[in-house]
Design a protein around this ligand. Structure first.
Ligand code: ADP
Ligand code: MG
Length: 581
């Protein structure tokens, strides 16, 4: 086309934008301020430019940890956490975190660069060639790809809405390398962006469903409330507390729901869990699924068949009857559902019979007393209870601190021992019981809340994300890591059954100095051998806010195989003679 000199001049003055800037502008327009990722081809400049445009960009050492950070940022803020990775291998590393986020109902968006469609589809062997969209699809809630710069706004909007509306989950957004350098008119670009209005609309429960639930609850003789991490996510803290207290019903908090009401609350039945699951007659599930963590709502844990009726509050209609019949399904967001309960209860709702409350209290007091002496043991080497007794006190004095927790024994015992006092302060392995969330969760918890973080880690669990101590030091985050070092997985005492020179499969280097890893990057490293020393070191770290790793030497003989879930671990019953040496 012929152009005049004048129009060429106007063309040159026209302001332009490109794919990089449109992605950043689209995220910022929707209130997303943080990115967790690992730089590389083709997204290096995206991270750089995002930082230049005022976003906070946290570079990790491995994408899985960045992905876990994004996922827990989503849980803590109700906004999708964003993880940014390179193509193929980086994408795959991030995918574990995306799948885990989806399983846990955490909203997150994995944004990965990808190679050229034309070459990928003809399988001509591009750099890091992989059909990422197809691979991501079955592992997340939704997956999108954007091919044209003018569609970036819509693509980001779809990703955000898919992540946070209804049951939250992980979303994959595929951005091919070519997209980033596509240029378009800046004004048209700005107009192509979408600010998502009301991304997670309230979902009001049907009045008939609320009535059915409250009628069932009114007649209960041994009612129980179970709070799950969906209730913590919903940020309906006041409504939930009012519902529990007004009803007078005992409650059990699932791991990440601990602290919605303080674990020391008189209605907490956590220390009488087995009794209340078995003997209750009506159970109100609020944001908790009847999955393996609750023995699927049936079997001997739950008492005789037919002894139980369930009321379930959940935003996902298909969750109902997934394991057992739900007598009163209440579909909606937890804030709206619990508010509707409170209204329907009126002022004359009956409180549970006194004998039920008294039975629970007696059991709880008995179990708490039994535990108390074990927590006070100040021995070297430490056992789990002695060490956790010290950390319980650290957290009691700092109810605002965030606790990250993973491991086997370290997880199971800490969950029971360490009381939580406020909502969303306990972050752990969640629905899959996955190891490796530790440092990613710790980084994002510190970044998103600005509060001190205590990460209590089994020595094995820590190994999955341990390199991120450099990240913690680099961003100078107030994270104190305690490694429960018992020289191995479950225990540190196994020997090679063949008598050969290789170490046994479940043991690590004995007496390893994890504290030196933190020192290598300028943080504080300490080794402790008694609960008193542990208490001193962790208290000092929490008060100083300096990145710290406390290597806590635990008796290698302490610990049971697979912690509390040994029953899930098949063991061979066939006896064979060891191979001749
Ligand atoms: P836990 O492991 O603590 O028992 P789960 O992850 O099993 O918790 O269950 C969480 C449930 O909460 C999921 O079924 C999810 O659909 C639901 N959920 C998440 N957010 C909300 C919300 N805002 N309103 C209602 N239900 C929600
Ligand atoms: Mg161990």
């Amino acid at each position: 086309m012929e152009t005049t000199a004048a129009s060429t001049g106007a063309e040159a003055e026209r302001e332009l934008t490109d794919g990089f800037h449109l992605v950043i502008d689209a995220l910022k327009l929707n209130g997303i301020t943080n990115i967790y990722g690992v730089p590389g081809i083709p997204i290096t400049d995206l991270g750089r430019l995002a930082q230049a445009e005022g976003m906070r960009v946290f570079s990790f050492r491995h994408e899985q940890n960045a992905g876990n950070a994004a996922a827990i940022a989503g849980f803590l803020t109700k906004k999708p956490g964003v993880c940014l990775t390179v193509s193929a291998p980086g994408f795959l590393n991030g995918l574990t975190a995306l799948a885990n986020a989806t399983t846990n109902c955490f909203p997150m968006i994995l944004i990965s660069g990808s190679s050229e469609r034309e070459i990928v589809d003809l399988q001509q062997g591009d750099y890091e060639e992989m059909d990422q969209l197809a691979i991501a699809k079955p592992l997340c809630k939704a997956a999108f790809r954007v091919l044209h710069a003018q569609d970036i706004g819509i693509g980001v909007a779809r990703a955000i809405r898919a992540a946070v509306s209804g049951r939250p989950g992980g979303v994959y957004l595929d951005l091919p390398a070519k997209l980033f350098s596509q240029v378009m008119d800046a004004e048209a670009g700005a107009q192509s962006l979408v600010k998502v209005i009301d991304p997670a609309p309230a979902q009001i429960p049907a009045p008939a469903a609320v009535k059915r639930a409250m009628e069932l609850l009114k007649d209960a003789k041994r009612p129980l409330i179970i709070l799950g991490k969906g209730a913590a996510y919903a940020q309906a803290d006041d409504e939930i507390r009012t519902f529990v207290e007004k009803s007078g019903i005992p409650y059990v908090a699932m791991s990440m729901a601990k602290g919605l009401l303080p674990d020391t609350h008189p209605q907490s039945a956590g220390a009488a869990r087995s009794l209340v699951l078995k003997d209750s007659d009506v159970v109100v599930l609020i944001g908790a699924r009847l999955n393996w963590l609750l023995s699927h709502g049936k079997g001997k844990q739950w008492g005789p068949v037919g002894s139980k009726k369930f009321i379930q509050v959940d935003i996902e209609p298909r969750e109902m009857d997934s394991n057992v019949e739900i007598a009163a399904p209440v579909v909606g967001d937890i804030g709206s559902c619990v508010s509707a309960f409170l209204q329907a209860m009126g002022s004359s709702f009956p409180t549970p019979p006194a004998d039920w409350i008294d039975t629970i209290k007696a059991k709880r007091d008995e179990n708490v007393a039994k535990m108390a002496s074990r927590l006070k043991k100040n021995s070297a080497p430490m056992d789990f209870h002695g060490a956790l007794g010290a950390l319980k006190e650290v957290v009691r004095q700092r109810p605002d601190a965030i606790l990250v927790n993973e491991g086997a024994n370290t997880l199971d015992l800490a969950r029971g021992v360490i009381d939580m006092y406020k909502p969303r302060k306990r972050l752990d392995v969640g629905t899959w019981g996955v190891m490796g969330i530790g440092m990613g969760f710790a980084v994002a918890a510190a970044v998103e809340t600005g509060l001190p973080v205590l990460a209590v880690e089994g020595d094995s669990a820590f190994g999955f994300s341990g390199m991120e101590v450099e990240t913690i030091c680099r961003y100078n985050l107030p994270v104190c890591i305690v490694v429960f070092n018992n020289n191995g997985i479950y225990r540190g005492t196994d020997t090679n059954p063949s008598g050969g020179p290789d170490a046994a499969t479940t043991v690590f280097v004995p007496g390893a100095r994890y504290d030196k890893m933190m020192e290598a990057f300028g943080g504080v490293g300490v080794t402790v051998t008694t609960p008193d020393e542990l208490y001193q070191a962790v208290s000092a770290a929490m008060d100083s806010g300096k990145p710290t790793l406390v290597n806590a030497m635990i008796d290698p003989k302490a610990g049971t195989e697979s912690g509390n879930i040994g029953s899930l671990n098949p063991q061979s019953v066939v006896k064979k003679k060891p191979a001749a040496a």
